[in-house]
Design a protein around this ligand. Structure first.
Ligand code: HXC
Length: 510
């Protein structure tokens, strides 16, 4: 018996070494951890249970039958816990054929995807891989398509998170693209469909990996990735934090953590947050941080379309999704990027029963040819559509401007908002006073008359009261009581029931 136990340990030791010590050293020299080191950091200590450690590839082409077969075949899979809650994980092992995906490697991932769906638990992929294993040809392509299909079936059922921790190409960017969130590591991770060498051959463009698909490209410009972190350790610890915000599946309750922050906490400083001058910016994140439990806010897409802020916080220990126009950036205007960013976030929250709190200070949609040619109509419609179809509790607070179509879009009463509050500083109108007077009284040239008309318009419309008189605003509230109001509303709406009519699926303007 002792001999068999020793054999098992020996075989395990070989598998744990992946592509060998030399390749592990190279991985470390590049500032990257190995697949197993990453899993250890991500999961609760000692909770990881591995599957398929001894799986090997079956390829015989291109001399693959002559090479040493490496147990595990380039991906470490299994499950464990994050703060006691189950999660499934797979981590690409770059030391084995660059983490590339073979037929058997794909089968390992598929097994984990199927188990995560059965167990209704989140799945996290740690990517550091060069896509389809070239030597395996269509067997690898088929493997990817099977993984993609499972990504799609799991979408909206269990949270799927991808962390890009090395150079990733082909299927190793397409599978992440179908998951809920993508995170990157600065300076060591890249995402591209084809790498710089192929780009040079096909388009004659010379570009570095960083310029083509580094963290700054994908978190700022393309918005493919949701956030970037300084190194592997920070990224993995932040994933633990994110998991704490998310329910295990679309049928599970939201996680509830002990909160030491009184739901009725009053925040007097909010009474002076909005400047007297309507054109002066202020930081909407200050409002979010002062409203959430213990100032704990996990921002999604912090570097892209910063004119809108999205992220998770908690009120009385339960997760809430926040969407807020940011007056500090482009005056909080809604453009195509901001609309797409917020629409995707709203849909995630709705799929996973996370209530949405919306803070509104928006001067409208951004005018101009650049926006119109870029499809602002369609992109803006995404946000409108997302809010309108959402059945989760929706609480909206207008802090200052709610102008034009943007008033409608930002979780207004008309889109089935449950609680629609306004601060006394709110201004709800089709547009600002200057623009309105210039259009309605175009014929008037007398500056005194124009000033009078402007004042009249400001008094009539630039307040929350016309909307409140119609019941579009449920109540005008004191800013200092915002957290208490939201906490009470969320508690009331905890078992909210609202169903959309049956349909196969809707047709959101993509
Ligand atoms: C087999 C691969 C591989 C692959 C890398 N390797 N990618 N082996 N199949 N796809 C191997 C290398 O041969 C090398 O082996 C080791 O992994 C490390 O790779 P390097 O190139 O030395 O590393 P680096 O310079 O860091 O570059 C990483 C890389 C690059 C950017 C990922 O390797 C690369 O461009 N690989 C090819 C990417 C690609 O075109 N994949 C196919 C995509 S098609 P040795 O033994 O020398 O250490 C696809 C289909 C899905 O994925 C379709 C989606 C819709």
């Amino acid at each position: 018996m002792k001999h068999v136990l020793e054999t098992l340990e020996e075989r395990r030791a070989v598998a744990r070494l992946g592509g060998g010590q030399a390749r592990i050293d190279t991985q470390h020299k590049r500032g990257k951890l190995t697949a197993r080191e990453r899993i250890d950091l991500l999961l609760d200590h000692g909770s990881f249970e591995e599957f398929d450690m001894f799986v090997q590839h079956r390829c015989t082409d291109f001399g693959m039958d002559q090479q040493d077969k490496i147990p595990g075949d380039g991906v470490v899979t299994g499950w464990g816990t994050v703060n006691g809650r189950a999660v499934f994980v797979y981590a690409k092992d770059f030391t084995v054929f660059g983490g590339s995906l073979s037929e058997t490697h794909a089968q390992k991932i598929m097994k984990i995807q199927d188990m995560a769906m059965k167990a209704r638990a989140p799945i996290i992929g740690l990517f550091d891989a060069g896509g389809a294993r070239i030597q395996e040809g269509v067997a690898a392509l088929g493997g990817y398509a099977e993984v993609f299909q499972r990504n799609v079936m799991a979408s909206g059922v269990i949270p799927q998170i991808s962390v890009i921790m090395g150079p990733c190409a082909g299927g190793d960017v397409y599978s992440p693209a179908m998951t809920d969130f993508i995170f990157m590591v600065k300076d060591t991770s890249y995402m591209f469909v084809t790498g710089p060498e192929v780009v040079k051959t096909v388009t004659n463009e010379t570009v570095t990996a960083e310029e083509l698909g580094g963290a700054s490209v994908h978190t700022v410009k393309s918005s493919v990735a949701d956030r970037a972190y300084e190194n592997d350790v920070e990224a993995l610890l932040q994933m633990r934090r994110l998991i704490d915000f998310l329910p295990s599946s679309n049928r599970d309750e939201l996680p509830e953590w002990p909160s030491f922050d009184d739901g009725a906490r009053i925040e007097p400083s909010l009474d002076t947050l909005v400047p007297d001058n309507a054109n002066k910016p202020y930081d909407i994140k200050e409002l979010i941080l002062k409203v959430v439990d213990e100032r704990d806010f996990f921002e999604i897409q912090d570097a892209h379309a910063r004119n809108i802020v999205t992220g998770f916080g908690r009120i009385e220990g339960r997760t809430v999704g926040f969407v807020a126009n940011q007056p500090m950036v482009l005056a909080g205007v809604l453009d195509s990027d901001a609309s797409r960013k917020a629409a995707r976030f709203v849909r995630f929250c709705d799929a996973f029963n996370i209530p949405i709190v919306t803070f509104v200070d928006v001067p409208g949609f951004l005018p101009g040819t650049a926006q119109e040619y870029g499809g602002l109509i369609k992109h803006g419609a995404k946000l409108l559509f997302a809010y309108a179809e959402a059945t989760v509790p929706k609480i909206t607070i207008i802090t200052r401007k709610a102008f034009g179509g943007a008033y409608d879009v930002m979780a207004s009463k008309h889109l089935r908002g449950d609680f629609n509050y306004a601060w006394p500083s709110a201004q709800i109108a089709v547009m600002g006073a200057k623009g309105a007077v210039e259009i309605i009284f175009r014929a008037d040239t007398d500056p005194v008359k124009i000033a009078e008309r402007t004042k009249e318009y400001e008094e009539r419309f630039l307040s929350p009261f016309v909307a409140a008189e119609r019941g579009y605003i449920d109540e005008v509230i004191m800013p200092h009581s915002t957290r208490r109001r939201i906490a009470r509303a969320l508690s009331l709406l905890r078992h909210k029931e609202l169903e959309n009519p049956w349909k196969k699926h809707d047709n959101i303007p993509l």
